[in-house]
Write a protein that binds this ligand. Structure first.
Ligand SMILES: [Zn+2]
Length: 228
């Protein structure tokens, strides 16, 4: 499983967020569909496999998370939403927050600094629910990719225009460079070029942009500030 609910905060976290948690509690997570205990796995940086959650003792009855793999398989070929709506739970908003420990002037972490205590999202995520808040764009991207015919489901991202998955995500133009007037989650294939690292920035070249005589002369580039 790629996400689970933090028992302490009620928030749903993506498995790759485990990379950023200092002390991962092996008993601290439950299935977001049925509340069964799930174990965080492969979250050490040296692990080759990406982090995930495992329901070692299985799921409880009526857990929709368990059937998700089947649903995704079907969703690749056809729309799976029905008159009753979208059949799985999904993130319908992005709530960014800084979960790095905050230290006092003398360097000791403050009591309220732990991610678990920094609950800012209300109590609605405690019970199993169909819509949840994602803390990174990763689970949002996964839904976008997994359900290509159901992208009219709601999504809101602060500062981004659009209220559904299909309106939030925008493919960059493959053959030219355009200035886009509105902020969206833009996407394009990554090129086979090595990453560029320069000072405070990391740069990833994309495979879309301005072409001349079958050569990409001005690619779109993603510039990531990694200073902090
Ligand atoms: Zn479950």
């Amino acid at each position: 499983m790629e996400s689970a609910r933090d028992k302490c905060t009620g928030e749903i976290i993506d498995a790759e967020q485990l990379w950023g948690i200092e002390r991962v509690d092996p008993l601290g997570y439950e299935c977001r569909g049925c509340g069964a205990l799930v174990t965080p796995c492969s979250y050490r940086l040296e692990n080759k496999v990406r982090p995930y959650f495992s329901a070692k003792n299985g799921h409880n009855d009526n857990c929709d998370v368990e059937g998700e793999a089947e649903l995704v398989k079907r969703a690749q070929k056809q729309r799976v939403s029905t008159r009753d709506g979208f059949p799985a739970s999904f993130p319908d908003r992005l709530v960014l927050r800084d979960t790095r420990p905050v230290a006092d002037a003398d360097g000791t972490p403050t009591a309220a600094a732990s991610a678990k205590e920094r609950r800012t999202d209300g109590a609605s995520d405690v019970r199993p629910n169909r819509h949840w808040a994602a803390q990174t764009i990763r689970p949002i991207c996964r839904i976008f990719l997994n359900y290509p015919y159901d992208r009219d489901i709601p999504l809101s991202i602060p500062g981004i225009t659009g209220g559904t998955y299909q309106h939030i995500f925008h493919s960059l133009k493959s053959s030219r460079i355009i200035t886009y007037p509105e902020p969206h989650l833009f996407y394009a294939p990554i090129s086979w070029k090595a990453l560029l690292t320069e000072g405070d920035y990391l740069e990833i070249q994309l495979n879309y942009g301005e072409w001349k005589e079958r050569k990409l002369i001005h690619p779109y580039r993603v510039k990531v500030s990694w200073r902090n």
